[in-house]
Write a protein that binds this ligand. Structure first.
Ligand SMILES: NC(=O)c1ccc[n+]([C@@H]2O[C@H](COP(=O)([O-])OP(=O)(O)OC[C@H]3O[C@@H](n4cnc5c(N)ncnc54)[C@H](OP(=O)(O)O)[C@@H]3O)[C@@H](O)[C@H]2O)c1
Length: 172
């Protein structure tokens, strides 16, 4: 199968929480490694708050930050004023990069879920307290093509799964 062009990449708790106080609510170093492995050499698209939570452009990747603030500048990243402009840059980078990753946060996931062909979801098998959530989606529209069970190295009771969902091809 050819690699889909636009993919969501997210880690979410059982109750759909993805963040708290502009930070990740958990400490899962293996998930960060997984994130790095998937995104290295590719384009990553993020909202301004997610960028500020990370704190710097991630090396080895084309970083695109979306904000409505005029004059927002980040050396080493491309700043755009809309989702459409982010997608245009992804398009321009298509010859260089294979897969374009939407890496959050909630506001950006909500506006791009409909146009993504793949989701890489780290499903954390526990509820967490949080203030941002991954949007609900219709599981019937997605086919699970991969699920790898992991156990946290810091907490033997914390299980999480690396899941890949591919959008089902419409037969209409
Ligand atoms: N668990 C995970 O996988 C994961 C991944 C990513 C983030 N997170 C968490 O998610 C939280 C951040 O998510 P969030 O929803 O608060 O913020 P966000 O989606 O990262 O960023 C929101 C900002 O993006 C800009 N924006 C959004 N839509 C836009 C549009 N259509 N046009 C132009 N600009 C637009 C605005 O920036 P301005 O206000 O500057 O205009 C908006 O305030 C943090 O807690 C972070 O840790 C978790």
């Amino acid at each position: 199968m050819m690699s889909p062009r636009l993919a969501i990449l997210v880690a979410m708790a059982r109750n759909r929480v993805i963040g708290w106080n502009n930070k990740l609510p958990w400490h899962l170093p293996a998930d960060l490694k997984h994130f790095k492995f998937l995104t290295m050499g590719q384009t990553i698209v993020m909202g301004r708050k997610t960028y500020e939570s990370i704190g710097k452009p991630l090396p080895g990747r084309t970083n695109i930050i979306i904000t409505r603030q005029a004059g927002y500048e980040v050396p080493g990243a491309i700043v755009v004023s809309s989702i459409d402009n982010a997608l245009l840059i992804c398009e321009e980078n298509s010859a260089i990069n294979g897969e374009h990753f939407i890496i959050g946060g909630e506001k950006i996931y909500r506006q791009t879920l409909e146009i993504c062909q793949r989701m890489y979801i780290t499903e954390i098998q526990r509820d967490f307290e949080g203030d941002v959530f991954f949007p609900e989606f219709d599981p019937n529209e997605w086919e699970e093509t991969q699920r790898d069970k992991q156990i946290s190295e810091n907490d033997a009771n914390l299980e999480y799964h690396f899941v890949v969902l591919d959008r089902k091809v419409s037969t209409i």
